[in-house]
Design a protein around this ligand. Structure first.
Ligand SMILES: Cc1cc2nc3c(=O)[nH]c(=O)nc-3n(C[C@H](O)[C@H](O)[C@H](O)COP(=O)(O)OP(=O)(O)OC[C@H]3O[C@@H](n4cnc5c(N)ncnc54)[C@H](O)[C@@H]3O)c2cc1C
Length: 195
């Protein structure tokens, strides 16, 4: 039930998980940030949204509570499909956990036509993980680019692989090829931004 505005303004979150605070500050406009919540955004599972991508980049997890007790679901396993999660029908999302990474480099890129829009494509990168928004039915990891970086590739070369394994849709804002192009360009910018 934590509003985006509270996450964005939290000194604790800004110090320990600055990527998360930044992502919350990119959501919509002030009215939206004072009404929308991180739990609602994650449970809503819009692949174009900011918080799901941020949680995935951070390697965070959620707690799901129901009649059977409470279980933890890793962000890599939480998103099931377009606006769909692995929460059971009788479960509520009751907590969000992210690793503490004070001072860890991170990059965040969100391509929009208007300031308060959802991402046409988004990229969040930190700690060897690269997450993409709006490049498929769920927020995705750019696995090939992550692997290339781990193997010592340059940022430019790794970013060229950012759209590999993705399945972006097409709409009035962008066709598939434009989204793939954006994923590569924004990944390079996000990785450059980390340093
Ligand atoms: C004009 C506009 C612009 C926006 N721009 C952006 C943007 O740029 N980026 C972005 O990321 N988002 C954006 N949003 C989405 C916004 O950030 C909200 O977080 C999102 O709409 C979900 O709303 P909510 O948090 O109030 O959740 P709700 O609407 O209350 O819930 C959403 C869904 O999740 C379920 N749910 C809610 N909480 C829980 C829980 N704890 N456990 C289980 N299920 C739960 C609800 O039953 C519902 O099905 C925008 C929304 C609007 C209206």
């Amino acid at each position: 039930m934590t509003h985006h505005a509270d996450l964005a303004a939290s000194e604790l979150v800004r110090a320990e998980a600055p990527l998360l605070a930044h992502a919350a500050a990119q959501v919509g406009d002030p009215q939206i940030r004072h009404r929308g919540t991180i739990g609602g955004s994650l449970a809503h599972a819009d692949p174009a949204a900011d918080l799901p991508m941020a949680l995935l980049a951070l390697g965070g997890s959620v707690e799901a509570s129901g009649p059977g007790g409470t279980r933890r679901i890793a962000s890599d396993d939480f998103f099931a499909g377009f606006f769909e999660t692995h929460l059971a029908p009788d479960e509520l999302l009751t907590a969000v956990r992210v690793p503490r990474r004070p001072g860890a480099p991170w990059g965040y890129q969100k391509f929009v036509r208007r300031a308060n829009d959802w991402a046409i494509v988004g990229v969040a990168a930190t700690g060897g993980r690269i997450a993409l928004a709006n490049m498929g039915p769920v927020p995705l990891r750019a696995g090939a680019a992550e692997q290339a970086l781990a193997d010592g590739a340059s940022i430019a070369d790794a970013a060229q692989l950012a759209a590999d394994g993705t399945a972006p849709g097409e709409d009035m804002h962008a066709d598939v090829e434009f989204r793939r192009h954006l994923a590569r360009v924004l990944t390079r910018r996000a990785l450059d931004q980390r340093n």
